[in-house]
Design a protein around this ligand. Structure first.
Ligand code: MEV
Length: 427
């Protein structure tokens, strides 16, 4: 799907069937993949019965494709599972603005997760810490044998860190961090197994009592960063000059940097771009949410996950860096038929590549929200999309939907009864 092609321009106006046919044609998806993506096939109740407990059915959500994303020089269709209008359109529009400067440049770090071991009842934490560090090599090499498949793939334990928590409601205790490279997995199972296996050795070395053995969702060693540059002239629209829009975006961002009340909403806007892909690929969106917000508060004050500034040429430059513990093997990514089809659609080969895509869409979504908020407000765009939904729900078909939606907006009455009245008059 080359960006800017005629086909892509029309994507929005195509029927669902035509959009699917286009995806099949452009990305080599089989009839079966398309049936899964369309929701006609896909996760059955009996599949679901093997995933969680007490299953009675499955729950559908809209799946849309955000367009125009060029990430590290590659054009990628973005599957987004989300119920909120404007998100897919907002991300696509910002991705289009970024095309003239080459799109998004993104990079994922090594896929290193942290597993935590809490050690209690230690009489001398400082010497226990030294004893663990002196046996570090042996501990790491025994942990390397826990998962032979991961070892074969080049993953496994990388490091041990020992932290002393001095001030807690139960007094002092030790925390050991096992740094564990999980390659293309999300890694929760691998890390949890590894820390559970280490527990006995840690008790022997420290003479203490191990209580918790669990991964940390503050995956601050497994981050992804994306950067985008937008030419000022591309930001101009309506009565707003490019400079006004650019400066407004930077001022809006400064609000989020300085105020946690605003930062929460600002970051929610980023997650509007992140979660839909995390869900579409069968990944754990609660883990990503937890990691994002903990990372946003890592310096003791909750703040913006993104940064925005103008470069020496006056272009708007945005950056987003955050934990991105997503996988492309294991768990629902390999069990959920739509997750598999969506990964195939994106042509993603590694978990790092998926992380780079996700963080780029988060940045685009942040830009869409700030651009709207710093200019006409978000309701105008929302209302135009909402009007289309109302027009369709009232029974308008094809080109009539847009015509009726425009009329509803200009009448400032986006209501189904009003839409039905107009349709009656037109018939
Ligand atoms: C709405 O879902 C998201 C926004 O509130 C984000 C923001 O305020 O930056 C528009």
């Amino acid at each position: 799907m080359p960006s800017g092609s005629d086909k892509i321009k029309k994507f929005y106006n195509l029927s669902i069937k035509e959009r699917l046919a286009l995806l099949g044609e452009e990305f080599g998806l089989s009839e079966e993949d398309l049936a899964v993506i369309s929701g006609e096939a896909g996760l059955t109740s009996s599949d679901a019965d093997h995933m969680i407990e007490n299953v009675v059915g499955t729950f559908g959500l809209p799946l849309g494709i955000a367009q125009h994303f060029r990430i590290n020089g590659r054009d990628v269709p973005i599957p987004m599972v989300v119920e909120e209008p404007s998100i897919v359109a907002g991300a696509s529009f910002m991705a289009k603005l970024a095309l003239s400067t080459g799109g998004f440049i993104a990079q994922a770090s090594a896929p290193e997760m942290i597993g935590q071991i809490q050690v209690l009842d230690i009489s001398d934490p400082s010497s226990a810490r030294l004893r663990i560090l002196s046996e570090q090599e042996a501990l790491l090499s025994s942990t390397a044998e826990v998962d032979p498949v991961l070892k074969e793939l080049g993953g496994g334990p990388r490091d041990l860190e020992v932290r002393l928590i001095k001030d807690s409601p139960i007094g002092e205790f030790l925390v050991i961090h096992l740094i564990y490279d999980v390659r293309d997995a999300m890694g929760a199972n691998a890390v949890n197994t590894a820390v559970e296996r280490l527990a006995l050795q840690i008790e022997r070395i420290t003479g203490g009592r191990v209580l918790l053995r669990i991964l940390s969702n503050l995956a601050d060693r497994r981050t992804a960063i994306s950067q985008v540059r937008i030419r000022t002239k591309d930001l101009a629209f309506g009565d707003f000059s490019g400079e006004e829009v650019r400066d407004g975006i930077i001022e809006a961002w400064a609000f989020a940097v300085s105020d946690p009340y605003r930062a929460a909403t600002h970051n929610k806007g980023i997650m509007n771009g992140i979660d839909p892909i995390v869900i579409a690929t069968g990944n754990d969106w609660r883990a990503i949410e937890a990691g994002a917000h903990a990372y946003a508060a890592r310096n003791g004050k909750y703040t913006s996950l993104s940064t925005w500034h103008k470069d020496s040429e006056g272009n708007l430059v945005g950056k987003l860096e955050m934990p991105m513990a997503v996988g492309i093997i294991g768990g629902a990514t390999r069990v959920h038929p739509a997750a598999k089809a969506n990964l195939k659609l994106m042509g993603v080969k590694t978990a790092g590549e998926l992380a780079e895509i996700i963080v780029s869409v988060g940045l685009a979504q942040n830009l869409a929200a700030l651009r709207a908020l710093a200019t006409e407000g978000i309701q105008k765009g929302h209302m135009a999309l909402h009007a289309r939904q109302v027009a369709a729900a009232a029974g308008a078909k094809g080109a009539q939907i847009d015509r009726l939606a425009e009329k509803l907006v200009s009448d400032k009455m986006i209501r189904i009864d009003h839409a039905r009245e107009i349709l009656k008059k037109w018939s």
